[in-house]
Design a binder for this molecule. Structure first.
Ligand code: SAM
Length: 279
């Protein structure tokens, strides 16, 4: 594709800082200045950022509750030759933030989408953590429900690379405890308040993270990075024997696995993987 010029109709997806305002790029500022208007999650939140860089463009809200309706209007404006900028409260739009619906519609309408890259908490955290960066997955915010959380964490521990997720300070300790229950030695990086005054990256095994954050309740914004580790579990009763007994009782293989996992207090997936590893 040839390089765009400002006469093209373009939706610009513009990253903004995740804390330190000096992280805005010169290109982000010039692009914001060149747009007809800028879409943001919350105009009250983004106005001070635009003011700080003397960008006098109208701001309109674009968030999960109005994205379908707003996208229609924005597509009509783009077709009317107006270039439009999309930002989020912080970091890169579309990454656990609104943006996807509009971008998808732009492609359906042959409207060009141009990224103006910059800060993103996922990449910022990974870049300075000691966990491997050659292979990683990003899973957004972790589920809140305990069963789903434990399953997501199991998968993260077993993933052959680093798993990055967003976490809230209120839930961090519960998540670390769930990790500790599954695998106390799994390496974890808690990356807090990146690019801000109280920035810290704490790297320890799950069990030591629980101890640390019990003594120092966390505040601020958090990216959690979970390393790869082999889950080993000691059961009070041998799972193979339990499954054999359930099969004898007439349960199907699937139901026997499900019932055994429930009575041993692990997920069906984990029990299956542990049994496969033993073969
Ligand atoms: N789109 C953003 C990005 O590119 O990083 C992420 C938006 S998401 C709604 C907000 C979450 O990102 C926060 O709850 C936190 O988990 C993480 N986050 C954002 N800024 C952060 C920072 N400065 N330090 C650590 N985590 C941060």
């Amino acid at each position: 594709m040839p390089p765009f010029n400002f006469f093209d109709i373009v939706l610009f997806v513009i990253s903004t800082p995740i804390g330190n305002l000096q992280d805005i790029s010169a290109r982000a500022i010039s692009t914001l200045n060149a747009c007809e208007y800028v879409l943001c999650e919350d105009t009250r939140h983004s106005r001070p950022l635009l003011d700080k860089f003397d960008i006098k463009k109208p701001l309109y809200s674009y968030h999960q509750h109005n994205e379908a309706y707003r996208s229609e209007k924005v597509i009509a404006d783009l077709k009317d030759d107006l270039s439009i900028g999309l930002i989020s409260d912080a970091g890169t739009p579309g990454i656990s933030d609104p943006g996807h619906v509009l971008i998808e519609q732009c492609y359906a309408e042959n409207i060009r989408v141009v990224p103006i890259p910059g800060a993103c908490a996922v990449i910022t955290a990974l870049s300075a953590s000691p966990l491997p960066t050659d292979r990683f997955q990003f899973i957004g915010f972790l589920p809140k429900q305990p069963g789903a959380l434990s399953e997501a964490l199991e998968e993260a521990i077993e993933y052959d690379g680093s798993t990055v997720c967003y976490e809230s300070p209120q839930r961090l300790l519960k998540t670390l405890q769930a990790l500790n229950d599954l695998s106390p030695d799994v390496p974890v990086a808690v990356c807090r308040e990146l690019t801000k005054l109280h920035e810290e990256i704490i790297y320890k095994k799950a069990t030591d993270q629980v101890e640390h954050f019990t003594r120092h309740p966390p505040k601020g914004e958090i990216v959690l990075i979970i390393g790869h580790y082999k889950i080993e579990k000691k059961f009070s009763f041998p799972p193979e024997k339990l499954i054999a007994w359930l099969l004898e009782e007439g349960l199907s293989k699937r139901d026997a696995l499900q019932a055994a996992a429930k009575s041993l207090g692990v997920s069906r997936n984990l029990l299956y993987r542990l049994l496969m590893d033993k073969e």
